[in-house]
Design a protein around this ligand. Structure first.
Ligand code: GAL
Length: 716
């Protein structure tokens, strides 16, 4: 037999050797319970770099360490065709959550998404305001793909020939249970870049995974106290006089107001923008802002980042803008420091110095037909795709720094975000306006380190108005956006009093909300929590342990469902919104006893109950866990001023004693980052006669802005 000549042999072998083989990841610990691996050549602009994250190492340390998740040990990566393929195994019954701000479902296993910053278009296909490439498994781990690319995630949809747990072959001719989508045992990911970073977050349960993720991103944002009051955005072309009249009407009618939002008409030019006060509508911005400040009302300005030729910054920013325009405005490349500096100078001198407290940064998301195309070029050299994925994050980060330098917190609105946003002081919103889907978005926001507001704008009926206003008051930002409709809280007289009640409740709950956000900051626990994040609620162990199995409790079946219409606000409050024309609903109560927030009466325990307000639309259904402690203040018209001291009422529910630490600080500055804060234990103890009594213990020298503490035992 003729021997193959070596040259021929090498020609044959070289392509074989070059075609990549699936490789193991090289996981490096980067924090307790957090690992990172780099596949190929990682890119310099990533989601986490754009967000400028600074892990809270102390808090991560406190959370403790865990071994690398066993389930992910068999993960593989491959480099092929200039792209990266990733594969992470799944087990049967494993549930997946996250993968962006989705509006239709909470469970994501079995879905495919191409994650792309965009205005939500009605389908959970990956195009959304915060397409965060992070998923959380109920098996106690999370995976983050830190790449600013349009990543495609097959979240348990595909089956490989060499699968260890392949789906069973079925015969459609004879087997009725044949499925178009056979079982898949892996999440597979396509990153259209030569390299990427991948992070793994461990956790004893889904909540702990989310905590590690948020803490790694710096810990959740702690808004100023005023940010948790009520926000109202006035019609777009309102003058100073009209805005002031509206603000006064809130006070006269007794509706709370902490922030007034000015829409595009505050500027001389909008779409694209001048960022200059319009002298016909707002001739004297300084006295106008001062007057609002005296009334204890903050001002937020609407903008988008596209610069008009009429803007004084136009000629300076021009060299640092993209090849394409948006509404004929130039598109700044915020990867370049000079571009950031030009914005900073103008915005701080022309707005913030005058007293502006925050921004609503619009249109950083999409649609494609409005924004720059993917063939646009940016002077920093980053691709249009990378800029699209990070633009919202960059604006958030940049503007947060303007306020930080003044040692003042801000709390604004953004329409685009992405991974790494936990610490950034912005809340997402959009134009989609589907009330039910807005609640699903609230649930989903809790897995991915972003905040969402189900803002109210308008309604067809009084009932819808009431339901929307109720839900928004139990969300991260209580917001009425009247920019187009000119609605007011009292627009529907039939429900005007009920709307007032829920707005007042929002103000009363301020200490509870503020502590809940402090948990987000210091412990990484999101303020809104999907039911699957609630301890003991849906992790497989609850059911497997036999405590709650399907035979004796319908609850066990319920937790396998897509629970998208109820959520926890903080540790104790379960919110079950009602919707227009749906006066009845089911509420799934996690294990333990639950009490009606308004009456203190027992409503159930680890079961599904029904709420029925047929014919008598009432308050938003709220339930409190046994032993729940809800610190409240009197219903003020405005959030308290920095030096204001108010009386506190602590409501206790149920029969369990217990202690809950109440957080406080000055409410406006960043001094809390230097230790200027307090955690005051609110403790309910059992008395000799079997009742309960309440105490609290302040720490001397630490902020505590309450003049007196009264306990109210709601369950008698
Ligand atoms: C939209 C935004 C609205 C409102 C409007 C003003 O893009 O979502 O909330 O601000 O612009 O033109």
């Amino acid at each position: 037999m003729k021997r193959l000549c070596p040259l021929l042999l090498s020609l044959f072998l070289v392509p074989v050797l070059l075609s990549a083989q699936p490789a193991d990841f090289r996981w490096q610990p980067v924090a307790p319970g957090v690992w990172k691996a780099t596949v190929g050549q990682a890119e310099t602009l990533t989601l986490l770099s754009a967000a400028g994250i600074q892990p809270n190492r102390e808090a991560l340390q406190k959370l403790g360490t865990l071994p690398f998740p066993q389930a992910l040990k068999a993960s593989k990566n491959e480099r092929t065709d200039g792209k990266v393929y990733l594969r992470f195994p799944l087990v049967r019954d494993e549930q997946l959550f996250g993968l962006g701000l989705n509006f239709k479902t909470v469970q994501q296993r079995g879905t495919i998404k191409t994650l792309h910053v965009d205005h939500y278009g009605g389908q959970d296909n990956g195009r959304t305001h915060a397409p965060v490439p992070f998923y959380v498994s109920d098996q106690g781990y999370g995976v983050l793909i830190n790449s600013a690319r349009y990543i495609t995630v097959y979240a348990g949809t595909a089956a490989r020939k060499d699968s260890k747990n392949p789906p069973e072959e079925m015969n459609r001719n004879s087997q009725k249970n044949w499925k178009a989508q056979p079982y898949s045992d892996a999440v597979e990911v396509l990153v259209p870049a030569a390299g990427t970073e991948v992070y793994v977050f461990a956790g004893k349960n889904a909540m702990e995974v989310v905590q590690r993720y948020n803490l790694y991103c710096g810990g959740g944002v702690l808004p100023p106290k005023w940010g948790l009051g009520f926000s109202h955005r006035t019609p777009t072309l309102f003058s100073d006089k009209q805005i002031m009249e509206e603000v006064n009407a809130f006070a006269e009618k007794g509706y709370p107001l902490s922030v007034v939002g000015l829409e595009p008409g505050w500027q001389t030019h909008a779409y694209p923008n001048s960022y200059v006060w319009d002298s016909t509508r707002l001739p004297q911005p300084q006295p106008f802002l001062d007057q609002l400040a005296q009334k204890n009302i903050r001002t937020n300005l609407w903008i988008n980042p596209y610069v008009s030729t009429h803007s004084p910054i136009y000629k300076y920013i021009l060299p640092y803008t993209a090849s394409h325009t948006v509404w004929v405005g130039v598109v700044p490349d915020f990867n370049l420091k000079p571009a950031r500096d030009i914005f900073k100078k103008h915005f701080t001198e022309q707005h913030i110095k005058l007293g502006v407290s925050g921004y609503k940064v619009d249109e950083t998301d999409g649609y494609d037909r409005w924004l720059w195309p993917d063939v646009a070029k940016f002077p920093s050299g980053f691709s249009a795709e990378q800029v699209r994925q990070t633009y919202g994050l960059q604006f958030q980060k940049m503007s947060d720094e303007w306020f930080r330098e003044k040692n003042t917190r801000t709390y604004g609105l953004t329409r685009a975000s992405n991974a790494g946003a936990s610490a950034l002081p912005y809340v997402l919103y959009n134009d989609y306006y589907n009330h039910k889907d807005f609640i699903t978005a609230l649930c989903n926001s809790s897995f991915i380190g972003v905040l969402w507001t189900p803002e109210a704008r308008s309604s067809k009926t009084a009932e819808e108005w009431l339901r929307r206003m109720q839900a928004v008051c139990l969300s991260p930002m209580a917001l009425l956006n009247a920019w187009a409709d000119g609605t007011k809280p009292w627009t529907f007289p039939e429900v005007a009093d009920q709307v007032k009640e829920v707005m007042q409740l929002r103000m009363q709950l301020l200490p509870y909300l503020y502590t809940t956000f402090a948990q987000y900051h210091f412990e990484g626990k999101p303020p809104i929590r999907a039911m699957h994040l609630v301890e003991g609620f849906a992790d497989a162990s609850t059911v497997v342990a036999g405590k709650l199995d399907a035979t004796d409790n319908p609850y066990a079946q319920a937790i396998r469902q897509d629970i998208r219409d109820q959520y926890m606000l903080g540790d104790f409050l379960l919110v079950a919104p009602l919707f227009a024309d749906e006066p009845k609903r089911k509420v799934i109560l996690p294990p333990g006893k639950w009490y009606d927030f308004y009456t203190g009466k027992l409503v159930g325990e680890g079961e599904t109950i029904e709420v029925d307000q047929t014919g008598k639309p009432g308050a938003i259904p709220l339930f409190v866990r046994d032993g729940g402690v809800i610190p409240m203040v009197p219903p003020a018209l405005h959030s308290p001023r920095q030096d204001e001291v108010v009386p506190l009422t602590v409501r206790h529910y149920g029969t369990q004693p217990g202690s809950w630490p109440l957080y406080d600080d000055d409410g406006t500055t960043f001094d809390f980052e230097k230790g200027q804060y307090s955690w005051t234990p609110l403790t309910a103890t059992r008395t000799a006669n079997g009742g309960l009594s309440g105490t609290y213990q302040t720490q001397s020298g630490k902020p505590f802005r309450y003049s007196s503490v009264t306990w109210e035992f709601m369950t008698r």
